[in-house]
Ligand binder design. Structure first.
Ligand code: ADP
Length: 476
């Protein structure tokens, strides 16, 4: 990497921020109103050319090994699979991209790998603009769910494949080192068909290790394994990462893998980043109801309630007391929301006007985007609710509490009815109805005494989470 000129980088960042906003508006507007594939292709070309012109020859500093700036992927069928993905990854980090199927995890990984073109945005690897680099020029190794091993080659040859530029001794030394690490030395002469799933996945990992890539990209590598092997491979991968100290970007739909393996988790939904943080941060302070209910098993209980007279009132009239700080945070949240929603509405209307102008200028491009009305009415609904909340200092709210923060009591507590109690060995998942809503409590088998004569729930102090009723955003 060349000499780092901080002034140049700062100036570029500023310029790039302003420019990318303007470009994005124009580009977003145009892609949304396009009907013709040829016009779409032209736009993609233009965006790529702009990306290149802007970023070529520039360093982004060496603080991060991988920097994703505004990465966006719009497939030719106009599916916006990834929307404005921003992430800076430090050397040695274990990043997990997690979310339900179809949320854009693989597309993001494939853009970093160079297997998928980047429609918009910039990718920097080791400070270098990398959008146009071939996969093999990026210093990345990819491990797939399907292992992608050559069936007619031995394990040794599978691992040696792709190291053709090196001399024989070096190849041999690397394979011996990696196979010892992965405990597959006895199988080096076997063909993949004579191996179990777990052994195949180890060979696939070995193939990545022998390349000595700084960045490993792993796409659901454990999905094909049975439950027991998955748990074992999970901890082996974590240990492997500790020894190799390389950078890993790992894709999974499995929240347990995300929680147990990641230094930082990126939660995705419908192509949008919902939250980025350490497993602890995300678990303790989920950004919204989606994240709260995606991570954790069983998932967080979410109950409809009302905020009234500085307390949470459940539909059955029972009360959850809030601290003075929680009330203050809640009221501040609604004041801030009012301000930001008004700004968003203004920006949306302005953007719509620009799009209208654009559509008139370029009649060939087709009709206006259909989602303006939807977005506007969504903002208006939120604004109505927020204004109402502020005026009355009261309104509907979601109250969240994790199953392990709910205790079962035979004396006192919130009134609840037992639905079913599941014994999992050391603990019970006690499913109950509280205030006509379903909830789960996770209690140790020793502590659970059954419903007895009375049945009450106790919510651990300070463990309640509050979410906005309309947007699902975390409050406070
Ligand atoms: P995930 O890895 O989270 O399951 P993907 O990145 O594979 O999600 O897909 C994200 C979205 O992009 C999905 O809606 C999917 O249908 C769509 N998609 C993926 N690949 C293509 C493609 N080659 N062409 C068009 N749409 C695609």
């Amino acid at each position: 990497m060349g000499r780092i000129d901080m002034e140049k980088i700062r100036a570029w960042r500023e310029k790039s921020k302003a420019k990318s906003k303007a470009e994005k508006e124009a580009f977003g507007a145009e892609t949304a109103i396009l009907n013709a594939n040829s016009a779409y292709a032209k736009l993609v070309d233009r965006a790529e050319a702009e990306n290149k012109k802007e970023s070529q020859g520039l360093d982004v500093g060496n603080d991060y090994l991988v920097s994703c700036r505004h990465l966006t992927k719009i497939y030719a069928n106009r599916v916006e699979a990834v929307h404005d993905f921003n992430l800076d990854i430090k050397e040695g980090e274990f990043i997990v991209l997690v979310g339900p199927s179809g949320c854009g995890k693989s597309t993001t990984l494939r853009m970093i790998a160079g297997l998928e073109d980047i429609t918009y945005g910039s990718l920097f690897i080791d400070g270098k603009y990398s959008n146009d680099l071939l996969p093999k020029e990026r210093g990345v190794s990819m491990v797939f769910q399907s292992y992608a091993l050559y069936p007619h080659m031995s394990v040794y040859d599978n691992m040696a494949f792709g190291l053709s530029g090196l001399d024989k001794e070096e190849i041999d030394a690397r394979i011996k080192e990696a196979s010892a690490l992965l405990e597959i030395t006895p199988y080096l002469d076997r063909k993949p068909t004579a191996l179990s799933g777990g052994q195949c996945q180890r060979v696939a990992l070995g193939r990545a290790i022998v390349r000595k890539s700084r960045i490993f990209l792993l796409d659901e590598p454990l999905s094909n394994l049975d439950a027991k092997l998955r748990v074992q491979m999970r901890s082996e991968l974590v240990k492997l990462h500790e020894r190799l100290k390389n950078t890993m970007i790992y894709v999974t739909h499995d929240q347990t893998e995300a929680m147990t393996m990641a230094d930082r988790i990126v939660v995705l939904k419908n192509g949008y980043v919902m939250q980025i943080g350490t497993p602890r941060e995300i678990y303790d302070n989920p950004a919204n109801v989606f994240v709260a209910t995606f991570l954790g098993s069983p998932t967080m209980n979410i109950i409809e309630a009302r905020y009234e007279s500085k307390r949470i009132v459940f539909p059955n009239g029972e009360i959850y007391e809030l601290s003075a700080k929680e009330c203050k945070d809640l009221e501040a949240y609604y004041q801030n929301s009012l301000k930001s929603l008004k700004e968003r509405k203004k920006a949306l209307v302005e953007e719509h006007e620009q799009r209208q102008k654009l559509a008139e200028e370029r009649k060939a491009l087709g009709s206006l985007p259909p989602h303006f009305d939807e977005e506007l009415s969504e903002i208006d609904d939120r604004l109505d609710a927020v204004e109402d909340f502020i005026a009355h200092k009261a309104g509907r709210i979601y109250f969240g509490i994790r199953p392990e923060d709910v205790r079962i009591s035979n004396r006192g507590g919130y009134k609840a009815n037992l639905d079913v109690a599941e014994l999992l060995g050391a603990e019970y998942y006690v499913h109950v109805y509280f205030s006509n809503q379903k909830m789960v409590a996770k209690v140790s088998a020793e502590d659970y005494k059954g419903p007895g004569n009375g049945f009450g729930l106790i919510f651990a102090k300070g463990k309640g989470h509050l979410f906005d009723f309309v947007s699902g955003e975390r409050i406070g």
